[in-house]
Design a protein around this ligand. Structure first.
Ligand code: UFG
Length: 334
């Protein structure tokens, strides 16, 4: 029996495929390669290029393969872009999940791990954020992820499809053995932008706002190593295999770092200057996001082990130094 990984060519999905194969699982990957990279798919995974909104394609894969459980990463995930083209997000994220659940129901598949986000919470009144806090997203992206969670809740009631939804905070780093890493186009995330600046691919990094109500005026985020994040998915699969009930868990490290602290740490790790400019606030950025991951620790027995920010940046830097143009060595911007 195989695990189906939707979005297995993307940054987070590709790391999940590698860890699943490390633990000897058979893996089937579906990805439309809209934002993912064929080169990121583990050579031992069975790869289907296609779109999860295409029900005939999805039915074909489920017919050909013996799929036992599903991990769903396939979604658009840029907060800013989602405010400009919300329908793209509802179509790809919400409708894509609807088709997936329909095909799962037709095939009597009963287990799904879902890639969700801290963006489901919106502005919060207190830190750290726990799963019982109100979810009032401030972006279409967060809204679509919340809608996908709700769709799964109703599908569980109607069809008995159990789910674990994992709400990620700020995922960073790369596989420790260096084969895969983070390569987005366009790149909007802080850690890769800092490291591209360290490599000289960008003249400077712009800090989006230094007048926030935080100790150094820049936004604070909770960064989590991608390898720890993926480990939680494997534990969640075991949890469902052992009859666990559907639930939602935050995945973070319970600690926050400011943008300035991240840049300073990257200077130490890389030995590079990393020029900085001050810019305006970015629309939609909350000042502080820090997770409580107590629930994942208690119920999934999840213990992140790569919690130092130096380690996260070191592993990301290792990938960047060895892949200065990302997956495609001939083309800087795909
Ligand atoms: N930042 C800069 N300059 C840059 C890029 C980012 O100052 O060039 C700042 C941002 O303003 C923010 C922080 O760095 O304060 C982190 O920004 P990212 O874009 O790396 O990450 P976000 O916190 O905006 O969003 C990420 C994911 C979302 C997810 C969210 C949950 O991209 O999908 O974490 O916390 F919803």
């Amino acid at each position: 029996m195989s695990v189906l990984v939707l979005g297995g060519a993307g940054y987070i999905g590709s790391h999940a495929v590698y860890q699943l194969i490390d633990q000897m699982s058979d893996v089937v990957v579906i990805d439309n390669l809209q934002t993912g990279h064929r080169e990121a798919v583990h050579p031992s995974a069975k790869f289907y290029e296609g779109d999860c909104r295409d029900i005939n394609f999805m039915r074909m894969v489920f017919k050909v393969e013996s799929i036992d459980s599903v991990i769903h990463f396939a979604a658009n995930s840029l907060v800013g872009e989602s405010t400009e083209v919300p329908l793209k997000y509802f179509d790809n994220n919400v409708y894509g999940t609807q088709v997936l659940l329909q095909v799962m129901q037709e095939n009597e598949l009963k287990k799904i791990i879902f890639s969700s986000t801290a963006a489901t919470y919106g502005e919060v009144d207190s830190i750290p954020i726990t799963e019982d806090m109100p979810a009032i997203p401030t972006s279409p992206y967060g809204e679509t992820k919340l809608a996908m969670e709700k769709m799964m809740k109703w599908c569980e009631q109607a069809y008995g499809i159990r789910y674990v939804s994992l709400r990620y905070f700020n995922v960073a780093g790369a596989r420790e053995s260096g084969e895969i890493g983070e390569d987005h186009c366009p790149e909007t995330h802080l850690v890769p932008i800092i490291l591209e600046t360290a490599l000289g691919k960008r003249p400077h990094i712009t800090i989006f706002g230094n007048d926030y109500d935080t100790p150094d005026g820049t936004c604070i985020r909770d960064y989590i190593h991608i390898e720890d994040l993926i480990h939680a998915h494997l534990l969640a699969l075991d949890y469902l295999d052992n009859g666990g009930k559907s639930d939602i868990f935050n995945l973070g490290s319970n600690q926050g770092f400011s943008v300035k602290e991240m840049i300073e740490t990257a200077r130490n790790v890389t030995g590079k200057e990393i020029p900085v400019k001050s810019g305006k606030r970015r629309a939609g950025d909350p000042s502080i996001l820090i997770a409580s991951s107590e629930k994942a620790a208690t119920i999934l027995n999840w213990r992140p082990t790569r919690t130092s920010i130096e380690k996260i940046i070191e592993d990301a830097w290792n990938w960047h130094v060895n892949h200065p143009n990302g997956y495609n060595s001939d083309v800087t911007n795909k």
